[in-house]
Design a protein around this ligand. Structure first.
Ligand code: SF4
Length: 391
């Protein structure tokens, strides 16, 4: 048995969860030992990152021939149920973004892919991996590729990227005269490519005055549970009482016994925001525990619904044909969706051939909290609605 101490895959005070532990330090120790409920989308993101990494390595740090590149790409994608060809397009967009920075410099910049960083000077045992860094002169770019398609990630004041930047400065701050740091998020599935500039002095101040005390409190297991937006990916969420308190709706809060007024509706909406997702997470967690043997009073585990399918589709269809049915009756002809056509043609050909044929109807009005970044809904006039419809 090796006497070497294994380095854990993720830091306790990870950069990706910094927004959470900076707002709720207690969540760090409470999360220990909680089951990992990461679904297919997290695994899909890991695969997309591996593809993106290979492309960047080929371009910047490990020049390789076509055969080697193809072999390594196939190793990642072939027979991988999580692979979708659209990953190529999205990772190309990421590569193009990095190229747009490096090609704009007057001399070749320093580029590092999957850079391991250590920010333990600010957060105990803090380390992580940055997708890509570029350094030129006194300028550092910290670039993070995001594959999610549900939550838009902002670059402005992004705690994860700021911690990465502090880690990069710990390694390279003595070698390069870095003054300006640009934090970049490339989230192609949401058309979200954003960046934000800050100064090294501001980062050091944030690291020392904000991160250090909160990280120490979190590491020591101190602090109260403080619910908020940062709870979204917290592993404690399914069983956290502070979070559950959000849904603790008391009857006396509704003053008129028959009808709510606008402010009561607002209070109730704020309380119920996210309740469906919370219920789903709690159910997943409880199922995991029940399968481990925990009795949850009033609940039991049963077999879920499943759908019938042919053991061998070809053999079954052969029997149908032998029974006298024409093969054409066994298949439906369905048109490709717009996304399917775009995949088939590629974005450039799709745009040049079909741009004028695409209409995007106005989205359904949706009620969201006031701080949502989308523009308020403006109903289209009848003339605008019918503009694209030819009679
Ligand atoms: S769910 Fe929210 S309040 Fe509860 S521990 Fe996690 S971050 Fe803190």
């Amino acid at each position: 048995m090796s006497s070497k101490k294994e380095t854990p895959a993720h830091a306790l005070l990870s950069a990706s969860s910094a927004e959470r532990w900076l707002n709720c330090p207690a969540s760090v120790r409470l999360s220990e030992g909680m089951p990992d409920l990461a679904g297919d989308s997290a695994r899909e993101g890991t695969l997309a990152h591996a593809i993106a990494e290979l492309k960047l390595r080929k371009q910047y740090t490990e020049p390789m021939g076509k055969a080697t590149f193809t072999r390594r790409m196939n190793k990642l994608t072939k027979d991988n149920a999580l692979y979708n060809p659209e990953m190529q397009r999205y990772t190309d967009q990421y590569l193009e973004f990095v190229n747009s920075i490096t090609y704009a410099q007057t001399t070749a910049p320093f580029v590092e892919v999957e850079k391991k960083v250590n920010y333990s000077a600010y957060a105990p045992e803090g380390f992580g991996t940055v997708d890509c860094i570029v350094i030129h002169g006194n300028h550092l770019w910290v670039i993070d590729f995001k594959y999610g398609k549900h939550n838009k990630v902002d670059a402005e004041d992004n705690s994860q990227l700021k911690l990465y930047a502090l880690g990069v400065l710990a390694d390279y701050g003595f070698i390069y005269p870095i003054q300006t740091v640009t934090l970049c998020i490339v989230q192609p599935r949401m058309d979200n490519i954003v960046q934000w500039d800050t100064e090294v002095a501001a980062l050091y101040q944030w690291g020392n005055e904000v991160v250090k005390p909160l990280a120490e409190e979190a590491y020591a297991g101190g602090g109260e549970c403080v619910p908020g937006k940062h709870c979204q990916f917290c592993p404690v969420k399914p069983v956290c009482k502070a979070y559950a308190g959000k849904y603790d709706v008391k009857e006396e809060e509704i003053k008129d016994p028959q009808m709510m007024n606008a402010s009561e509706m607002a209070q109730m909406l704020a309380k119920l925001e996210g309740v469906v997702n919370y219920h789903k997470k709690l159910k997943e967690y409880a199922l995991t525990k029940a399968l481990e043997g925990l009795t949850i009073p009033g609940f039991k585990v049963v077999e879920g619904r499943s759908t019938r399918s042919f053991k061998d589709l070809d053999a079954a269809f052969q029997k149908i044909k032998e029974a006298g049915f024409d093969e054409s009756l066994l298949y439906e002809r369905v048109p490709l969706t717009l996304t399917g056509v775009e995949k088939l043609l590629g974005k450039n050909q799709f745009d040049s051939l079909l741009a004028a044929d695409v209409v995007k109807p106005q989205g359904k009005p949706t009620l969201v909290p006031e701080d949502d970044k989308r523009e308020p809904f403006k109903p289209k006039s009848a003339a605008e609605v019918f503009k694209d419809i030819q009679v």
